[in-house]
Design a protein around this ligand. Sequence first.
Ligand code: NDP
Length: 326
Amino acid sequence: MRQVIIIGSGPAGYTAAIYAARANLQPLLIASSVEFGGELMKTTEVENYPGFPEGVMGPDLMLAMQKQAERFGTEIVYDDVVSLDLAGETKTVRLGNGDVHEALTVIYATGSAYRKLGLDDEERLSGYGISWCATCDGAFFRQKTIAVVGGGDSAMEEATFLTRFADKVYVIHRKDSLRASAAMQDRAFTDPKIEFLWNKEVAHIYGDNLVTGVGLLDTVDGTESTLDLSGLFIAIGADPRTHLVHGQLDFTEHGTIAVDGRSSRTNLAGVFAAGDVIDPTYRQAVTAAGSGTVAALDAEHYLAGLPKHVLSKALTVPAEPVAASV
Ligand code: NDP
């Protein structure tokens, strides 16, 4: 039995691992079989992570976090969690390969997935003009013409932020009214660089190696048009990856895991949540890293308060996971 199992390998998971490992909790981190490293593995240059004045490539940053976690004794398993049993004193984590791991605490940090338009060229041109993060990629579009898709607060925030760099920012929205709050709408409406394209859906993305434009479909009359662009920011929402804990943990009205105040404590003793799964608003690598720190400190504090006979069960790390029994 482990003292702590961390699920997720983005900035929240790795930072939790660095702290837990340095506290000698010998954490096991489940990193996922394919998408290890989180969303930053899909970005190019990260210019807003403190400590890198020249910027750092997203995958390099995640590799550095992974090495730092391993340096202090984190064990990493590259597999997917298929089910969790979090209610009792002993938490059970089942993996796709059939292994079953047990721990006294679980830190759940599986991140969120930006919603996609579902177009053929969206993945191919991701990082080459298609982006899901204005804060991360906006500076690459100085004096360009770009567009933001979406009608919520994220889209308004991204569009307004992007006017710092771009000469022209279109907002493409599938309806004729916005879902965004009045204040965010007003800011966007009064910005001279922003122009709204109402009742339009992005039907095609054009470009061989870099985005050169989009094909639009009018949702009212069905007419098609083309718009020349250098960049397309997709801001149609993000969904926290929480399917593994539905029915076990409490949620907020935003669909994120409910935690106690500024802590990472969920409704279940010994279960902590960090990063995008608890954050509907900021969703930055550095805020996720901070959140991972909070979770590791909360887990450490929780373990310190357990009776000795309970804690003693987890003081030695098994060489192998317990036998699979489903
Ligand atoms: P929302 O779910 O609020 O809005 C998503 C927008 O994208 C909607 O306008 C929706 O259109 C549109 N959309 C969804 N799917 C598609 C699609 N397939 N194609 C085209 N358009 C699509 O997400 P947000 O990320 O904007 O906001 C999430 C939460 O975070 C909200 O609670 C928001 O208030 C909060 N937030 C707050 C901020 C702040 O206060 N500073 C900043 C950012 C977010 P439709 O309207 O037709 O459904």
